[in-house]
Design a binder for this molecule. Structure first.
Ligand SMILES: Nc1ncnc2c1ncn2[C@@H]1O[C@H](COP(=O)(O)OP(=O)(O)O)[C@@H](O)[C@H]1O
Ligand SMILES: [Mg+2]
Length: 192
C-alpha cells in the first residue's frame, strides 16, 4: 500500500438482489489482499445489531441509513475504506449522508426489477408478491434511482468482476487507491 491511505465511503445503493453484497465481498477481498484497511457495513448485518428492532417504515428506514452513515463517517475520517451495501431507497437521505461524509462515492447497483425478482436470492420477492411481507422496495415501496451516481453497475449486463472494476477505476481516478493496485487487480482474477 505504501503511503498512508485516505478514507472514503463507497455507498452501494439498489434494489434487493441487484448485487450490492456480492460486489462488496469481491471488492473487500481485492482491497484486503493489497493490505488496505477496510470495513464493511451490509444492510442485512446492520439490521441484526446496530439497527435491531427498526422496521421498514419510511421513518425507520431513514433512521437505519442515518446510523450507517454516522458509523461510515467515523470510519472514513480515520482513513478506512468503508464499503456500504444497503438498499437506501430514498434520495434525500442518501444526499444527507453524502454531505456528512464528504469522501463519498455513490454507486448505483442497477438491475431491472424483473431480473432481481427472478434471482430472488433470499426468496423475499415471492413473499412480497403473496402478501407475506409488506413495504418491500420495488413491490409496494418506493426506490428513488440515483440521478447522478459516481458509478453505475448494470449487473444484468456485466460480470461481478466488471462491476467491481468500475468501482476500483473510480477509486483510482479520485486518488484513493494507487494505479499499481488497479493494474495488479486487472491481471488477477484468482480471488473470485
Ligand atoms: N455483475 C454482478 N454484480 C453483482 N451480482 C451479480 C452480478 N451478476 C450476477 N449477479 C448475481 O446477482 C445476485 C445478487 O445478490 P446480492 O449480492 O445478495 O444482492 P443485494 O445485496 O443487492 O440484495 C447474486 O446471486 C449474484 O451472483
Ligand atoms: Mg445484500
Amino acid at each position: 500500500m505504501g503511503e498512508k491511505q485516505r478514507g472514503v465511503t463507497i455507498w452501494l445503493t439498489g434494489l434487493s438482489g441487484a448485487g450490492k453484497t456480492t460486489i462488496c465481498r469481491f471488492l473487500e477481498k481485492k482491497l484486503r489482499s493489497q493490505e488496505y484497511k477496510i470495513e464493511v457495513l451490509d444492510g442485512d448485518v446492520v439490521r441484526k445489531n446496530l439497527s435491531k428492532g427498526l422496521t421498514f417504515s419510511k421513518e425507520d428506514r431513514d433512521e437505519n441509513i442515518r446510523r450507517i452513515g454516522f458509523v461510515a463517517h467515523l470510519l472514513t475520517r480515520n482513513n478506512i475504506i468503508v464499503l456500504v451495501s444497503v438498499i437506501s431507497p430514498y434520495r434525500v437521505i442518501r444526499e444527507e449522508v453524502k454531505a456528512q461524509i464528504g469522501d463519498f462515492i455513490e454507486v448505483y447497483v442497477n438491475a431491472p426489477l424483473e431480473v432481481c425478482e427472478q434471482r430472488d436470492v433470499k426468496g423475499l420477492y415471492k413473499k412480497a408478491r403473496v402478501g407475506e411481507i409488506f413495504d418491500f422496495t420495488g413491490i409496494d415501496d418506493l426506490y428513488e434511482i440515483p440521478l447522478k451516481p459516481d458509478v453505475e453497475c448494470k449487473t444484468n449486463q456485466e460480470s461481478v468482476a466488471e462491476s467491481a472494476n468500475k468501482i476500483l477505476s473510480k477509486l483510482e481516478e479520485l486518488g484513493y487507491i494507487n494505479s499499481l493496485l488497479l493494474s495488479q487487480l486487472h491481471n488477477n482474477y484468482s480471488l473470485i
